[in-house]
Ligand binder design. Structure first.
Ligand SMILES: C[S@@+](CC[C@H](N)C(=O)[O-])C[C@H]1O[C@@H](n2cnc3c(N)ncnc32)[C@H](O)[C@@H]1O
Length: 313
């Protein structure tokens, strides 16, 4: 087992937290935690050790801190450089932590995620007494993006809950941990394909599939209706589906719209998530070139999720 590197990122600007979280996951962070740090400054320096224009003697409220963990094999300098080039306002510190300490912190951080009234994401090591109408997905959150604690996943899950009908065939692009594929399966999809460009994510999804089966959590999720594989978006995919769900960054999403139009019959749904509010217009303009009409637009915090419905050409 490798040791881990714990990277702490402190900012005075809470609005950039979600963006940086997204970046960190793209750089294969193994886990991400948030904390509100009390700032009691009794001198005239701000969080970054600079002289404040207006001296303060009373405690400054709270500042958000992100703590991300990486394997100590990663190129940390490159990651920090990339973060700083987009978000120079972050103060970054890091230290090496022992594997055991990391595990302990990690397990404390992950809790049951109540994605909706019905959909519950439960960390592998947690017990959860579900009521009969609840859907429980057990995941090992250490494996890939998609633990349920990111707003983009939550919005995609809500969109699936809204439009998925029993027997639907679903394509999940950028499957990560497989979370949306499992949700689709549990909601009654008859066949689910989960694709990801990252082989580690596909491996994680396959491992998480075994967890569902071993725990006999949900008889609707089983090997013969879920298929995970490495693929760039929906390249080479030739089946017709009822729903395509994709929680990926907008500049990647736009590359699959033409294929999505071909694989969805009239009345079927395209769910697009992973879109920062200020990128919404870009997606809406791109969608004008295709035979889709906007059915729903969900917003939470800084994130947007669209449900488009296929219409006649
Ligand atoms: C934000 S995560 C979403 C994970 C999960 N579906 C969820 O909703 O929590 C985005 C995933 O898209 C994958 N990805 C990025 N570019 C891709 C591409 N061109 N084709 C397929 N997957 C891609 C990443 O590897 C990552 O696992």
């Amino acid at each position: 087992m490798w040791n881990k590197i714990e990277v702490s990122l402190l900012t005075e600007d809470p609005l950039v937290i979600e963006n940086v979280t997204y970046l960190l996951t793209e750089y294969q962070a193994l886990g991400i935690e948030y904390e509100e740090i009390d700032q009691y400054l009794d001198n005239d320096l701000n969080l970054f050790g600079e002289i404040r224009e207006e001296p303060v003697s009373k405690p400054i409220s709270q500042s958000p801190m992100i703590r991300a963990y990486f394997d100590d094999q990663v190129d940390l300098n490159q990651i920090i450089e990339q973060i700083h080039s987009s978000y120079p306002q972050f103060k970054v510190e890091y230290q090496t932590v022992q594997e055991e300490d990391w595990q302990r912190n990690w397990m404390k951080y992950y809790q049951v995620e109540h994605l909706s009234r019905f959909i519950k994401i439960v960390p592998l090591w947690k017990d959860y007494a579900a009521s009969p109408e609840e859907i429980v997905i057990k995941l090992d959150p250490g494996l890939a993006f998609g633990t349920g604690n990111h707003q983009t996943t939550r919005l995609s899950a809500l969109a699936l809950e809204l439009v998925l009908r029993k027997g639907d065939r679903v394509l999940d692009l950028g499957t990560g941990s497989g979370i949306l594929s499992f949700i689709a399966g549990a909601l009654g999809a008859s066949q689910v394909w989960g694709f990801d460009l990252d082989p580690q994510a596909v491996h994680a999804a396959q491992e998480n599939l075994k967890i569902q089966e071993n725990q006999a959590l949900n008889r609707l999720i089983h090997e013969n209706k879920l298929d995970f594989k490495v693929n760039d978006l929906m390249h080479g995919f030739e089946d017709q589906v009822d729903i395509i769900v994709a929680n990926i960054l907008p500049h990647i999403l736009v590359n699959m719209l033409a294929d999505a139009e071909k694989r969805l019959a009239i009345g079927k749904y395209l769910i697009l998530s992973g879109i920062l509010v200020d990128k919404g217009q870009e997606i809406e303009e791109a969608m004008e070139a295709y035979a889709f009409s906007l059915s729903h637009r969900f917003v939470t915090g800084q994130w947007l999720c669209y449900i488009y419905q296929r219409i006649e050409d």
